[in-house]
Design a protein around this ligand. Structure first.
Ligand SMILES: Nc1nc2c(ncn2[C@@H]2O[C@H](COP(=O)(O)OP(=O)(O)OP(=O)(O)O)[C@@H](O)[C@H]2O)c(=O)[nH]1
Ligand SMILES: [Mg+2]
Length: 241
């Protein structure tokens, strides 16, 4: 994963080089990427990591620098926490994970973006291919919370209209007061990349929603993301309704 030592943002600093260039119009990034989430052959496909999957989706992690996007992805993918000094992501990078959702193998191609302002144009180029967006803020950092509206505006400008959005208040410590919200009309949960709280759930909920949208099985009850999240979420409950 492309990461570099954190630098204090100087506002007008020149753009650093990116690990992966932005995609060209209609291009597919990676050997096993799919733009519409469906694998059309009817047979399972093999991902780069050697795992079979039935359907594939792109999920993007976005939010201010330092809110914990990379740590959340590492927690989900490897079950570990990246402790130590903060290494800010440069550009954009992705990792795949295949989940079993009700007997269907769903591959999530998870794009970890750089939160720093100077990489914003790189991130914009990826929005249009995303099927879902996990928008993070840091519950201990009010500025990152205040910036949520700006992120949502950006998402609505660059992403597909039907993109699945979920808001995550990361770095939850159950003993500390948190900035939390469900006022944005998108599903919300508290997470901790450090102790793993709700991390698996956040990605599973997204995978379930995308799978249900893609494979509409007759007689299967409609999946409601909001309800699922409300039912399954763990935590202090300050943001549960
Ligand atoms: N206490 C606590 N610290 C966390 C948690 N998640 C991330 N951190 C810390 O927050 C800092 C930033 O985490 P990153 O995952 O690198 O942040 P990022 O959002 O990827 O930042 P950019 O790559 O710059 O956009 C690191 O020092 C992490 O150790 C968490 O859940 N709890
Ligand atoms: Mg990062």
């Amino acid at each position: 994963m492309s990461r570099k030592k954190s630098q204090k943002s100087k506002g007008n600093s020149s753009p650093a080089s990116c690990s992966i260039p932005p995609p060209k119009e209609n291009s597919k990034v990676g050997n096993d990427s799919h733009t519409n989430g469906m694998v059309m052959s009817g047979r399972p496909s093999l991902s780069n990591s050697g795992e079979f999957y039935d359907i594939s989706f792109k999920v993007m992690l976005v939010g201010d620098s330092g809110v914990g996007k990379t740590c959340l992805l590492v927690r989900f993918k490897d079950g570990a926490f990246l402790a130590g000094s903060f290494i800010s992501t440069v550009g954009i990078d992705f990792r795949n994970k295949v989940l079993n959702v009700d007997g269907v193998k769903v591959k999530l191609q998870i794009w970890d973006t750089a939160g720093q302002e100077r990489f914003r144009s790189v991130t914009h180029a990826y929005y249009r291919d995303a099927h879902a967006l996990l928008l993070l803020y840091d519950v201990t950092n009010k500025t990152s919370f205040d910036n949520i509206q700006a992120w949502l505006t950006e998402i609505h400008e660059y992403a597909q209209k039907d993109v699945v959005i979920m808001l995550l208040g990361n770095k939850v410590m159950l003993t500390v007061g948190s900035v939390c919200s469900q006022e944005y009309g998108v599903p919300f949960m508290e997470t901790s990349a450090k102790n793993g709280l709700n991390v698996e759930l956040a990605f599973t909920a997204i995978a379930k929603e995308l799978k249900h949208r893609s494979l509409k099985t007759p007689n299967e009850p409609k999946f409601k993301l909001h309800d699922y999240v409300k039912k399954e979420v763990k935590g202090s409950g300050c943001c549960k309704s």
